[in-house]
Design a binder for this molecule. Structure first.
Ligand code: CA
Length: 440
């Protein structure tokens, strides 16, 4: 083989190599002029060819310089950045280790009074902490419970105090009024004994300057059941009442009457407060007036009831008082006697005594999920809700659905009625009061 052929071959080999290394025409500037001019490529034989046809030749190539694209210059920057990142990672690693060491130190029981772990026991330390927090929570919850009980207790005492104070004041005023009345009456007596002319006046109703209720009219000789004007409390204005002068000797001030359904009793707080209806037929006298009447003297309550079969029964309560509006007209009723049964104290759960007055627009009952007054279409001293409701709807015939008619829970045969079956309202009801110590 001639040397010129070798040069051509080596050039071809170099060109192919360059193409392989950089497959880009722009950068293909292989500096092979020297190879073409001086031909530094040499092929040397290193012995004989073996039997398989493989020959030990050595090709010496000239030094090679390749121009790389501009972007390759960034490799160095990338290397630098990688180096920086590596350093950062290392420093972070170190600070992390420092952190861990510090955290371990801070768990040292000598430096933190809250924890008392056994040496080297991380799980137990956590358990102890959890237990401690639990006991703290338990303590707080029991403290809260105690506080709630105390608040309840104080609330009860406050209510009692309120009642006591109101009663004291009322009693004080009553005794003053009673004293004055007796002084006036005794003066009247003295005058009439010394002045004969006055005896004619004596027959007139002047010995009672104040007619507190119907019993005072009875005392001065009034015997007809009529409307009279009473002044149970001199500090408040007088008002008209209907007096029953026949039942059980007479002297009764009527508070409520149901006869024929001519008056609607599904009314709001304001109406029950001032009263409504017709005194000669159906009416509610009014909670403010009932309060004044019952605080002026110790009163007894009589309830007369009649059903559509003509059965007439009554209930007599030896104690009856209705508190002021401030105390939501709370009912105090006791010492039952009579034939109709004590529906106002039906059971532990249906007891109207000591209950507040509730109307469809004012929920003072003991039923937490709703308003008994709204449900039973009435204003009454509802418990949760009722065993009596004399202000219920007037039904002329038997009715179904909610038992919102005029109702007395101890009425004979009433418990036999099926919940979904027909019910009867009472035909007549009357509530009236008279002083406890009145003798007709
Ligand atoms: Ca309620």
């Amino acid at each position: 083989m001639k040397p010129a052929s070798f040069c051509w071959l080596s050039s071809a080999v170099l060109a192919a190599y360059g193409l392989l290394v950089v497959a880009n025409n722009e950068t293909e500037e292989i500096k092979d002029e020297t190879a073409r001019d001086a031909c530094p490529v040499r092929l040397e034989s290193r012995g004989k060819c073996d039997e398989g046809g493989q020959c030990p030749y050595q090709v010496s190539l000239p030094p090679l310089t390749i121009q790389l694209p501009r972007q390759f210059g960034r490799i160095e920057e990338v290397f630098k950045e990688v180096q920086n990142l590596k350093e950062m990672v290392n420093s972070l690693k170190k600070s992390c280790q420092d952190c861990k060491l510090q955290a371990d130190d801070s768990r040292d029981p000598g430096r933190n009074g809250l924890l008392s772990p056994s040496p080297g026991s991380q799980g137990e330390a956590d358990d102890n902490r959890v237990r401690e927090l639990e006991s703290e929570v338990n303590k707080l919850s029991s403290d809260l419970k105690n506080a709630k009980e105390e608040i309840d207790l104080l609330q009860g005492r406050l209510e009692k105090l309120n009642l006591v104070n109101m009663n004291n004041i009322e009693n004080y005023v009553d005794s003053k009024v009673a004293n004055l009345t007796s002084v006036v009456n005794s003066l009247d007596g003295k005058c009439s004994s010394k002045c004969p002319i006055q005896e004619q006046i004596q027959s007139r109703p002047v010995q009672h300057l104040i007619y507190k209720d119907c019993s005072d009219y009875y005392t001065i000789g009034k015997r007809s059941s009529e409307i009279y004007r009473v002044t149970p409390d001199p500090k408040n204005s007088s008002f008209e009442v209907f007096c029953d002068m026949e039942t059980m000797g007479g002297g009764w001030t009527v508070l409520q009457a149901r006869l024929d359904g001519s008056t609607n009793f599904t009314r709001m707080w304001r109406d029950y407060k001032v009263g409504f209806g017709n005194l000669r037929r159906e009416f509610w006298l009014g909670n403010d007036k009932i309060h004044l009447l019952t605080k002026s003297k110790e009163m007894i309550l009589r309830i007369d009831l009649e059903d559509f079969n003509g059965v007439k029964l009554y209930a007599l309560y030896d104690q009856f008082y209705v508190a002021s509006e401030f105390l939501r007209y709370r009912l105090h009723v006791g010492n039952y006697n009579g034939t109709a049964g004590d529906a106002l104290h039906f059971s532990k759960h249906y007891n109207h005594d000591l209950k507040f007055f509730t109307t469809p627009d004012r929920d003072n009952d003991r039923y937490p999920s709703g308003n008994c007054g709204l449900y039973y279409s009435s204003g009454w001293w509802f418990d949760a809700c009722l065993s009596a409701n004399l202000n219920g709807k007037y039904y002329h015939q038997k009715y179904r659905g909610v038992r919102n008619g005029i109702f007395w829970g101890t009425w004979p045969g009433i418990s036999e009625a099926q919940p979904g079956g027909y019910k009867s309202s009472l035909k007549e009801a009357k509530m009236m009061i008279r002083p406890k110590h009145f003798k007709p």
